[in-house]
Design a protein around this ligand. Structure first.
Ligand code: ADP
Length: 544
């Protein structure tokens, strides 16, 4: 017997309709790519999103076809997302930090029909356009006056594109399992792989994300997603904020400490989300200027591990609560969040910190387990570590066009490629990505744990640990460090600092100082590049 409840398809544009109707005057503030601060509200965004839908429909874009966006977080980018999904098409976020050849591969693989892009990327678009035979129209997210001069075929300014279109356009009635978004992830091996979100998965994920023990957002919050919309859906904030009617503050192209601090302060931001490197830049700016963060109440930190020292600085120096989060493009992206459970709240602060550095506990809708290589489940004791596997309604069940099928098993589990522990409370700790784990004498050393402790040294800005070949032990850890400007900590001082904080056999065999550590397009330490850079390096212990 079936239940007698209504069929109300979970469609993404219902979120913006709800925001327009019940939070219509709530502001969306953007540092525009052209320069000035721009202000609009949910009512306007919803109207203009309908115009985007109507204009794409008029162009002949059919449900299921892909429409690319190569853009910063702005109000126009937000409008395109809802406009694209509203006519049944699929928004496809392109990461401008990728190499042009990678973008060409991805846009061709996705068969993007239209490309919306910011003026900042005009030269990049001019370079790749000749290699994108499927793209029929390039829409620059600006007005006619700011249209770039770069040689781009079939180019139109966004404001012209939507000018004549109807703001009473009726959203296309697609089914809730229809595709609505596409984002390529770097993939642990081989070519980038496409993750194809559905309306249903995005709506469910936004509902899950908004929960109190997740992002915990409400209409009283002012939310600044520094994390780009092209990086794993801006961690759901472009859906969860309108869903609850929170004010949205969008940073455009400027993600430096000065610009972010200005928005945090002037727009009364209560919640923000970014990868650790963004916060490092903000801290450097705050230290230099002596400024504080008067309104900010909590920050979401993820994408790579958040060191304990960063949590302590935020909480004790600036009075901002840290929510450490872990997720993946394949998971829409949120998987676990480090909010404190009732029994952890009762613990002394130092003990709470032990939980906050973990990657968090799963939200409802994320099943999680760790297994050994033979797929046997490992105990949830905080000690055993193994392959982290997940399943749930907003987790990918395959990649676009069937690639990378070996990451998914017959029981529906997705192998994240991460190595982790899960403790008795359900808090998960990432020890490494499986390809970065250091195998020494048959045992595993967690590069992330050593890095997290090393950045706690007062002279260190950033640290990376890689495995280097060793004749006796197979691999031994090498610690690579960037010092703060003018600081002079030596190899011995840094090794001394680690002593007693990690197991003796985890101690790096050497420390190397570099001016800069390379990062990936999503802000992670690029270990492949470091391994190449130190390819001919020999450990001092290697002769033993
Ligand atoms: P890409 O692989 O393209 O960078 P993602 O942003 O989807 O794309 O990366 C997901 C990966 O990022 C995870 O599998 C994990 O290795 C890493 N990651 C995300 N959040 C954290 C975190 N809080 N701590 C450690 N690693 C993290």
């Amino acid at each position: 017997m079936l239940g007698l409840m209504q069929d109300w398809p979970l469609l993404v544009h219902k979120i913006i309709d709800h925001a327009a109707l019940y939070h219509g005057e709530r502001e969306i503030v953007t540092r525009s790519v052209e320069g000035p601060i721009h202000r609009t509200n949910y009512r306007e965004i919803a109207l203009r999103a309908r115009k985007v839908s109507a204009a794409l429909d008029r162009l002949g874009i059919k449900p299921g076809e892909r429409v690319a966006t190569l853009a910063w977080n702005t109000w126009r980018h937000l409008e395109t997302w809802y406009g694209i999904t509203g006519c049944g098409a699929v928004y496809h976020t392109l990461n401008p930090r990728l190499f042009p050849d990678q973008l060409v591969y991805i846009a061709n693989h996705a068969e993007d029909k239209v490309m919306f892009f910011d003026i900042t990327f005009a030269d990049l678009v001019a370079e790749i356009a000749p290699k994108l035979p499927k793209v029929e129209l390039y829409v620059c997210l600006t007005d006619a006056a700011h249209l770039p001069k770069a040689k781009i075929p079939n180019l139109v300014a966004y404001e012209e594109f939507i000018a004549g279109a109807s703001e009473t356009y009726e959203w296309k009635e697609v089914e809730e399992n229809a595709a609505c978004g596409l984002c390529y992830t770097s993939g642990t091996t081989g070519n980038p792989k496409g993750v194809l979100y559905s309306h249903r998965s995005n709506v469910l994920h936004a509902l899950i994300a908004a929960q109190k023990d997740a992002q915990g957002i409400s209409s009283c919050d002012s939310v600044l997603p520094v994390v780009p919309m092209f990086h794993a859906n801006a961690w759901a904030l472009a859906f969860s904020a309108p869903m609850v009617g929170a004010k949205l503050v969008l940073p455009g192209a400027k993600l430096d400490g000065d610009s972010i601090c200005e928005l945090l302060t002037n727009e009364d931001v209560t919640l923000s989300g970014a990868v650790p490197t963004v916060w490092l830049a903000l801290f450097q700016y705050l230290e230099k200027t002596g400024k504080t963060l008067p309104h900010l109440n909590r920050v979401l930190i993820g994408g790579s591990a958040c060191p304990r020292s960063m949590i302590e600085s935020f909480e004790t120096k600036y009075g901002v609560q840290v929510i450490h989060a872990w997720g993946m493009t394949e998971m829409s992206p949120l998987g676990t969040l480090g909010t404190l459970k009732h029994n952890v709240v009762a613990m002394p602060y130092e003990k709470q910190l032990d939980y906050k550095v973990k990657q968090g506990h799963p939200v409802f809708g994320v099943e999680m387990k760790i297994t050994d290589d033979e797929n046997n489940e490992l105990p949830r004791d905080g000690k055993a570590f193994g392959r982290l596997k997940v399943r749930g309604p907003s987790i990918a069940k395959g990649y676009f066009r069937g690639e990378g099928a070996d990451a998914f098993d017959s029981e529906g589990w997705f192998d994240t490629g991460d190595v982790a522990t899960i403790d008795a409370e359900g808090y998960m700790t990432i020890t490494d990505r499986s390809k970065d784990v250091i195998k020494s004498g048959g045992e595993w050393i967690s590069s992330i744990e050593i890095e997290n402790i090393a950045v706690g040294h007062p002279d260190v800005v950033e640290a990376a640990v890689i495995g280097v070949r060793h004749p006796k032990w197979d691999e031994r850890p090498l610690l690579i460090v960037v010092l703060k400007p003018g600081k002079t900590a030596t190899r011995e001082q840094i090794l001394d600092y680690l002593k007693g904080k990690i197991a003796k056999w985890w101690m790096p065999d050497d420390v190397q100082f570099v001016a800069e550590i390379p990062h990936t397009a999503t802000g992670k330490i690029q270990k492949t590049a470091l391994r190449e850079q130190f390819g001919s390096y020999r450990l001092p212990t290697a002769a033993e």
